[in-house]
Design a protein around this ligand. Structure first.
Ligand code: CP
Ligand code: NVA
Length: 313
């Protein structure tokens, strides 16, 4: 099933989710559709991955990703094993990949560098899934887009505004939204804009889907007519030494009641979590009825079940 939907195929001949770029629009639609099915009926898929197992590798901390991948594998009748540590420190990455692919059916990895994901995919004979790198967080964006669909009953023509750092989450949202015809506006401080190559790729997708893309430094302009206002931490994992400097630079980019009031009246507030209340978002906004952050977190489980089904069945 996956071979026709995921592209391009890696060196090892497997289908991977190295980044959002590995998902065609058809694959994206299938992920959303399969997610809907697994969310509706846990029982129907309870043995779908019987006898299959996945390896989870974490170079950085995680609550949601680790728990939801472990639970996803188990709820599908399969198994998951998790290891924390820097990939390639104790032995070469190419040996790790060629051990894991003898024992497991997929490798899910959270890494500092995107290159580590790409190299794992290169050496492994089983699919590799990006569970967050410096450049992308595709599983998060998929859960977020599914959440938008649940909230609004449609995707095309919606407007999502992302306020904050042009980081991994921003990149994956940009690619996912532009593929699906969701208008996306990103407001970042100068110097913290999203990666120019990724923006260009998104503009390319938008030409086919009809999505509008705005990259700006003005959060107030960006939130006008937004159906969803999204933010993420100002300092991502691995950037801790910049935290104090970033707190000052990003001070005008906090999502507070005033900024939310400039979006559509029925706009939802979104955050991938973990959140730093008092920095990128106020406690009032994240705790407000507009906040769908726990729906997003729940949907990580359902989306990742769908991904595992598509990659392993
Ligand atoms: N949103 C997300 O990926 O959360 P974790 O870092 O806890 O996995
Ligand atoms: N941008 C954040 C996302 C955490 C889920 C980080 O990389 O730390």
């Amino acid at each position: 099933m996956a071979a026709t939907l995921f592209h391009p195929v890696s060196h090892a001949g497997t289908t991977d989710l190295r980044s959002d770029l590995d998902l065609s629009s058809e694959a994206l639609a299938q992920v959303l559709d399969t997610t809907q099915q697994v969310k509706q009926s846990r029982q129907r898929f309870a043995s779908a991955l019987k006898g299959r197992s996945i390896a989870l590798l974490f170079e950085k901390p995680s609550l949601r990703t680790r728990m939801t991948f472990e639970l996803a594998a188990k709820q599908l009748g399969g198994d998951a094993v998790t290891q924390a540590g820097i990939i390639g420190e104790r032995e070469p990455l190419k040996d790790i990949a060629r051990n894991l692919d003898r024992w497991t059916d997929a490798i899910v990895a959270r890494t500092f560098s995107q290159k580590t994901i790409d190299d794992l995919a290169h050496w492994s004979r089983v699919p590799v899934v990006n569970a967050l790198s410096d450049l992308y967080h595709p599983c998060q964006a998929l859960a977020d887009i599914f959440t938008l669909k649940e909230q609004f009953g449609r995707l095309k023509g919606l407007k999502l505004t992302y306020v904050g750092d042009g980081n991994n989450v921003a990149h994956s949202l940009l690619l996912g939204c532009s593929r699906l015809g969701i208008n996306i506006s990103l407001a970042t401080p100068a110097g913290y804009e999203p990666n120019a190559d990724i923006v260009e790729q998104a503009r390319c997708f938008a030409e086919s889907s009809g999505a509008e893309i705005q990259i700006t430094n003005d959060p107030h302009d960006a939130v006008i007519a937004a159906n969803a206002v999204y933010t993420d931490v100002w300092t991502s994992m691995g950037q801790e030494s910049e935290a104090a400097e970033r707190k000052e630079i990003f001070a005008q980019y906090q999502v507070d009641d005033e900024l939310m009031s400039e979006a559509r009246q029925d706009a939802v507030f979104m955050h991938c979590l973990p959140a730093k209340r008092g920095q990128e978002v106020t406690d009032a906004v994240i705790e407000s009825p507009q906040s769908v952050v726990f729906d997003q977190a729940e949907n990580r489980l359902h989306v990742q079940k769908a991904l595992l089904l598509m990659l392993l069945q």
